[in-house]
Design a protein around this ligand. Sequence first.
Ligand SMILES: [Zn+2]
Ligand SMILES: [Zn+2]
Length: 251
Amino acid sequence: MEITFLGTGVAIPEKGRVQSGLLVRLEDKPLLVDCGSGVLSRFPDAGVSHTEVDTVLLSHLHLDHVADLLPLIKANWLRGKTDMRVYGPEGTDDWFSKVIGAYGYILDEVDVDVIEVYPGKEFTLEGFDCEITCVTASHSVPTLAYRVTAEDGEFVYSGDTEPCRNIMDLAIESDLLIHECSFPPGTKVTNHTTPSTLAEMLENYNKEIGSICLTHFYPEMKGHGKEAIHRLKDYVDGEVILAEDLMKLEL
Ligand SMILES: [Zn+2]
Ligand SMILES: [Zn+2]
């Protein structure tokens, strides 16, 4: 399994980081997880054709996680690929109908299935050899964290969240926890994570989690990477990694 970080940023623009998106290559087929603004433009940089993507998993519907979904569907349609499956939390169907409803000329041309999934649900993705489990994250809108289990590895993606037991429990004995880390240590913030709040949570999990990769950085996190690694390294079995746009991890 190969994970490419297409975007590791947030709603505030920062040089070198676009908004959230992960491309997970399971066997030959890529699964896109979140699709914020800028993610579509990362496909050529990553050496992948956007037309390979027909399955998208959304953590939640904030713009920095979904803004490029319609542009992706349009780009695929312009290149003759019209089918797409979108998995997301409650509200995804209604949101998608409204957004694509504003573009009737696309709506009539594409075949998009929206599948809402619920916390605790285990499901498979059509055309992929993997299992997915999801739990509720702790964010300001319905948000799901996902565990993806395939033959060659398992990882958890937190979406946007405060550190919470749901997600840590989901990540036990996984190879990798991809966790948001929006702000620097000591920042007082709700709905998001800092290295300090993540360290406090990880104290309850004595190296039960493999490696952690931090992503979803506000510009305020710039210059705090080493400090973040230092705060977290003793709590995980593997490494603490700081995600960069176009970085690849192999499981
Ligand atoms: Zn969010
Ligand atoms: Zn976000």
